[in-house]
Design a protein around this ligand. Structure first.
Ligand code: AMP
Ligand code: ZN
Length: 462
């Protein structure tokens, strides 16, 4: 079965066919580097890494490009407010360049800790100002721009199928984006080039044919994806929040300038939520990878946690689920150590292994069904149906570093004790003190010291 991907552009599951035989061009929108990435952001990058690895597992050679947004992303996605990088610089009394450099490095460290392949090309918006100006000039020449007091804007009314990605084909919806706001002719129009404020000197600004200023947020991705992958390329990815604005506008720019939709497949991941809401820096409800490490949750356990849910489903953060993921990964590594190193020669086991390999390939190629792939792996390992050699092949896709962690002692709490802790925390939440005491005694009998903390029951081995 060929690789299936859900394409936001057509709203269908499609068989993946690359433009050039076995080569794939993949562009994933990178981070805006004004603060640490939160683990919601990192969910996206784990998913794109799985996509990259799944393509390789299916025999494709991937060229993976990721941008770094180090200028032009304003606090409101509608081109209003402050530049996030300059705001970060003011917050930390550093220069905008230092802020971008510091948080780019922190992000790359997070990527390495999560065993995410480094993209083949990592390109900064500030390193591609010439390319962005060239593209805006092309749009201007073709009559898609206008200038107001704020900068150079894209006139969305000039592009008949503007908003197709977000499903804005319906006339009623489209009329909603035609209302003029501020200096814009229509609400959906967006900045290609913003002028520097008259009374305030920006740290990051450049000369342009229209005046001193800086590029809008969307133009960097159009300019850099075309430069490094050519047009059109195969796959463009990002979080679902990019569908209505950022990716819609990327498509508009490239379609208007070059007459082509930049990518064939548009793949979007759902959010990691905190309670009912999306985890977001602006909402202040975010957790970083370092916070997880402080609580003894390893970055790879976080990766395992992410893989347990399909990328197009929302996922809610909880400490309990993360502890269970740490436990699950530790047990997988422990069980892996007891497998045969290589497949035994008996026909029977080779046949079984081949069947499991087929099932694994089918699951991961079914729009990256990582929960199904993990279930196949766990069952095969638990029942010792595969050798370490095959498990490590599967781990080339999962990226859990099972081989490297197989011989390390298990730090986490055994599942039996974990179940008692969960049960006890539920009993305490229901103020069932009798049950809570009984469960505490059971844990003591198993050889643990039991503590009550604001985060629930904690235990240590005596
Ligand atoms: P940013 O650094 O804000 O430009 O975002 C980087 C990536 O993280 C983008 O692809 C966003 O769509 C994605 N993202 C932001 N918040 C979340 C979240 N809570 N869960 C999953 N992905 C997210
Ligand atoms: Zn982008």
């Amino acid at each position: 079965m060929p690789l299936q991907l859900f394409n936001t552009l057509t709203r269908r599951l499609e068989s993946f066919k690359p433009l050039k035989d076995k080569k794939v061009g993949l562009y994933a929108c990178g981070p805006t580097v004004y603060d640490y990435a939160h683990i919601g952001n990192l969910r996206s990058y784990i998913i794109w890494d799985i996509l990259h690895r799944t393509l390789e597992y299916n025999g494709y050679k991937v060229k993976h490009v990721m941008n770094i947004t180090d200028v032009g992303h304003l606090t409101s996605n509608a081109d209003e407010g402050e530049d996030k990088i300059e705001k970060g610089a003011a917050r930390e009394h550093k220069s905008a360049w230092e802020i971008a450099d510091f948080y780019t490095k922190a992000f790359m460290k997070n990527m390495a800790e999560l065993n995410i392949h480094k993209p083949d090309v990592i390109c900064r918006a500030t390193g591609h100002i010439k390319e962005q100006i060239k593209l805006i000039k092309k749009l201007e020449k073709k009559g898609f721009t206008y200038i107001n007091a704020e900068g150079v804007y894209f006139d969305t009314s000039k592009l008949p199928d503007y908003g197709e990605l977000a499903g804005l084909k319906n006339q009623d919806l489209r009329s909603g984006i035609r209302v003029a706001i501020g200096g814009k002719r229509h609400n959906a129009d967006f900045a290609l080039w913003k002028f520097s404020p008259k009374l305030k000197k920006r740290q990051m600004e450049w000369n342009s044919p229209w005046g001193v200023g800086f590029p809008g947020w969307h133009i960097e991705c159009s300019a850099m994806s075309a430069k490094y992958l050519g047009l059109p390329f195969d796959i463009h990815c990002g979080g679902i929040d990019h569908i209505p604005v950022h990716h819609t506008n990327e498509i508009a720019q490239t379609e208007a300038a070059e007459g082509v939709v930049p990518a064939r497949y548009w793949v979007h991941n759902e959010f990691l939520n905190m309670g009912e809401e999306k985890m977001a820096k602006s909402a202040g409800n975010f957790i970083t990878l370092d916070t997880l490490k402080e609580k003894n949750i390893s970055p790879l356990a976080y990766r395992f946690f992410i893989l347990q849910t399909h990328y197009r489903k929302q996922l809610t953060f909880s400490w309990m689920a993360l502890e269970a993921a740490q436990n699950g990964l530790d047990h997988l590594c422990l069980a892996a150590a007891s497998l045969d190193k290589k497949s035994s020669l008996s026909m029977h086991s080779v046949e079984i292994e081949e069947k499991i390999k087929e099932k694994f390939l089918k699951a991961i190629s079914d729009d990256m069904d990582t929960p199904a792939a993990l279930a196949i792996v766990w069952e095969a390992v638990k029942e010792k149906k595969i050798s370490q050699k095959i498990l490590f092949e599967f781990d080339k896709v999962l990226g859990l570093k099972i081989k490297e962690n197989m011989d390390k002692p298990v730090q986490s709490i055994p599942i039996s004790a974990r179940a008692l802790i969960d049960e006890r925390d539920t009993a305490r939440a229901a103020k069932n003190w009798k049950k809570s005491d009984e469960l505490r005694d059971e844990l003591i009998k198993l050889g643990y010291t039991v503590m009550d903390t604001p985060k629930g029951t904690k235990i240590t081995k005596n």
